[in-house]
Design a protein. Sequence first.
Length: 201
Amino acid sequence: MKIMNKFVALMLLGSAYSYAGGDIAPVEEPIIAIPAVIEVEATAFYVGLGYSCLQMGLDKADVDTRAMSSLSATVGYNFNKYLAVEGRYTASMSDVTVDTRGLEVDVDSIDMSNIGLYLKPQYNYDKFAVYALLGYGEFTIDDGTSASEAGIQYGIGLNAMVSDSVSIFADFRKLYDDSSFDMIDDDTVANSYTVGVNYHF
């Protein structure tokens, strides 16, 4: 009986050694590749051109003066993707339409312009950005006698990147809204509407 038990024990031990020494490949831990994080930084300098409408309205006299064909030049700098600073000059390039109580007349002797410097907070989502403009500027109208007023200006706009270096934008700016515009004794509002293209360096 003892011999039988020893025989069974030897058989089991041999079986265990045969499994341990078999051709079983060792288990390898999987290698997980961690992708490198690439930070996308907003480009610093940019310049742009835009097509604008400059508009100035007088309340009591019910006069609306519009320069539908105006050119806007922009120079800007992005500090980061949330904040930029932007300078812009806009000037009428052709006849100005004067609407007096529904009677419209095109006048070539009136010039309108605006120059301003703005802080530009912006929120980016993918290729789009919504931004605000807040700064100081001077609006001028010249019909032989120049009248101008400087003050706080503000606006809002939308920007879309169409390539790595080109974006298109559209915005509205409030250039003036008060009752003491230089020599004009009337409630006066001046606005700008612009669509354009920026090139980012």
